[in-house]
Structure formats: C-alpha cells, structure tokens
Design a protein around this ligand. Sequence first.
Ligand SMILES: CC(=O)SCCNC(=O)CCNC(=O)[C@H](O)C(C)(C)COP(=O)(O)OP(=O)(O)OC[C@H]1O[C@@H](n2cnc3c(N)ncnc32)[C@H](O)[C@@H]1OP(=O)(O)O
Length: 404
Amino acid sequence: MLDYRIRTLDDADTPAADALFRGTLHHRPTSVEQLDDLKPSYAPGRALGAFDGDELAGTALSYPSALAVPGGATLRMAAVSRIGVRADHTRRGILTALQRHQFQDLVERGDVVATLRASEATIYGRFGYGVAERTRSITVDPLTARIRPDLAPVGRIRLVDDAEAKTLLPTLYERIGLHRPGMMARPAELWNIWWIRAAKVDGLSRTAVHTDAEGVADGFVTYRASKAAGFRAELTVDDLHGATPTAIRELWRFLLGVDLIAAIKAGSQPVDDSLEWLLVDRRAVRVDAVQDSTWLRLLDVPTALAARTYGDADSVVIELTDDLLPANAGRYRIGSDGARRTDDPAALSMGVAALGALYLGDVAPSTLAEAGLITTPGGPDPAALRRADRLFRTPVLPHCGSFF
Ligand SMILES: CC(=O)SCCNC(=O)CCNC(=O)[C@H](O)C(C)(C)COP(=O)(O)OP(=O)(O)OC[C@H]1O[C@@H](n2cnc3c(N)ncnc32)[C@H](O)[C@@H]1OP(=O)(O)O
C-alpha cells in the first residue's frame, strides 16, 4: 500500500473517478453530456482518490446528510458511496486505506455516523459497519389487489411532469420530515444523481403526488413502467414517501388502479409495512426478499449513544471495542435516562459493528448474543441481555427508504 497516495478529488478528476467507480460495477462511464450534471455530486472535499503515481486506482466519497434516530433526534451523517478499486489494484489494501482516511476526515468534520449500501455483505463489517436496517421487496398483483372497501379514498392524486417533480420532490420530502428512525436527509447532490439515473433507466418514469383533504401535498411516488407482454407493462416503484399512513395508502390505491399493468414491483419497502393489511386479499402481496439496507458505522459513539432514547429497564454496562477509531472504545452505562461513559464493570461486550446493528432497534442484543457477536465477560448473564433487549427495543422498526 506504500505506493499509493490518497488525496481529495476535484472537478478535474470527476471523469476518471466516475469511469473508475462505474467500471468496478461493470457499467459504462457517464456520457460526456451528463458529466457536467454529475460534477456537483462529488461534494467538495468529500471525494477521495487513491493514486498509483498519477493514475487513479480507487475512490470513495460521502454526501453530507442526517439520520433520524429512536426518540426523534437527528444526527450528522455521512452517506458513503462510490467505493471502488480498479480490478488491477484490488486486494492490496487500497479500500482499507481509503476507509481509514475517510473515517478520520468524517470525525474531524463532526459527522457522528456514516451509512452506506453494500454491494456485497462481506466487505464492510471489518470496518465497523453493522446492518442497522433491512427492507423488503414485494410483488403486488394489481388484478387481485384491492383496498378494503371500509377505507374510503382521501384527498386526490395528481401526476406531475419531470420539471415540476425536480422542484417539488426535494421540498416535499423535507416537509414530510424524518419522522421514522432510519430516515435520512436527502442532500441536493443525491437528488441530482437520482435525476441522472432516472434518465438512464429503462421504462417511462413518472411521478404522482398526493394531496390531503385540505389540498396540501403530503406524499409522492415515482414509478416506472416497462413493457411486459402485449399491452401490459410491469410497474416498478422507485420512490414512495408519505407524511401519514393515509397518504401512503392513497398512493398505493393509485398504483393499484393504473391500467395495463401486469405486476407491481417495489423494493426498499419497510419490513413492517401494513400494505397487506389494507387489502381485501392479502395474498395479492408477495414478499420476494428481505435484505440488508442501511449499514451503519458509529463514528462518535458517546454522541450517538446519548442522542437516542431507550426503553424502560434497569441500566446495563457495555464494553465496546473499536480498532479503527479507538477513541470510541471503553465502557458505557445505558439506561432509560440515557447513556454515558462509566468505569463500572461491564455485563456485555461487543464490537462497534454490533453496536451499529443494534442502534436503530432493528435487531435485539439477545439475537446478536446468540450469534456470538455480543459476549458476557462475567459468564452467562441472561438478565443483562433481557435488560439490553428492553433498552434498545423501539416502538417501530427503522426504515430509510432512500437508496444511494
Ligand atoms: C458503498 C459502496 O459504494 S458499495 C460498492 C463497493 N464497490 C464494489 O463492490 C466494486 C467492486 N469491488 C471493488 O472495487 C473492491 O473489490 C473493493 C472496494 C470491494 C475492495 O477493495 P480492495 O482494495 O480490494 O480491499 P482491501 O484490499 O483493502 O481489502 C481489505 C480486506 O477486505 C477483504 N475484501 C475486500 N473486498 C472483499 C470482497 N468483495 N469480499 C470479501 N472480502 C473482501 C480483503 O480480502 C481484505 O481482507 P484481509 O484484510 O483479511 O486480507
């Protein structure tokens, strides 16, 4: 790794960085016409390159964002993306060096957590990322799916054109707010690359907005139809958010009513989604997969632990290890009144990736203990695990709903 140099990328590096990253995913580079649109997504100072001489060999970047945590607080979050190492330079420690550099940089910026979506589940655990949120992918049969008749329609749906969507959606998403743990703020850089992607993908992309009974916009769905057999198309839901369960239900009512659709596919849906409970025939919804979505890295553990709320149980002391950011290591007492450092003996011991997995409430400490990812240094201690389960449990499962 001694031969590689890491530095921040600037505008002039964008074509090479884009071609390198897209190449590692086996995609063609962004077209010359779209490169100018892409440049702002390399947020100044946040894009890193590893160089072999003058040649770019690896990249990593992040977008400035925020993460909603249990209890309603939001934390400064780095949305990490575009990690790639050129095929002729892999397995020489370039990603490891980029991660170390990026973590130091993010801590200095004051980011409290980092999250990413992983191309492979075997890459990021070693850097302290844990799976903190999962999503489900579903297929809905529009020919049998009907909203229960006792649920009367509320408000109305309006199709908006691309130009209006580009101005309306960022504002509407902000108004909907980060109302659920796991939701993230969407910086302009991310909207920007989503618009670029929407122009590239197959199928006609459209946006529908729901307005409530008072005429206030409170939800949106962006969807795409690709031709299946004959006149019928397959509809893919790319983005669906609502301020209330009613707004989300009405967006689904609209999707189910679109003509000439053979099947509706939706990824990135909440694991505890209520869709099938809204339908006359719940079997119209098929769950195709439940997969890891948010990989969470706690960068500043004391701040992160103090920011979320905890359930009602006697406190428990945990011993934390963190090889890459050793300032986080040590003991923390976690109780219904909050979390703080302590010198008291620990009942539970875990690495920072396990704590990241627990943090939003997606998995119980006892489940991680069963898997050997949490240990009890003083010998078996089911009572401490039960307390930890109650402390970390959240009223709703986390859900993000933003892919980047
Ligand atoms: C957030 C995102 O952007 S997700 C997209 C990630 N990018 C991709 O998947 C593109 C294709 N893959 C790549 O570009 C590269 O293989 C990367 C970025 C995943 C890894 O880069 P490398 O420079 O090879 O990683 P590095 O050499 O630092 O590896 C560190 C360790 O991780 C392991 N590792 C790296 N990649 C993988 C992998 N894909 N699967 C399993 N283990 C891996 C290495 O074996 C090494 O283990 P060791 O320390 O026990 O020897």
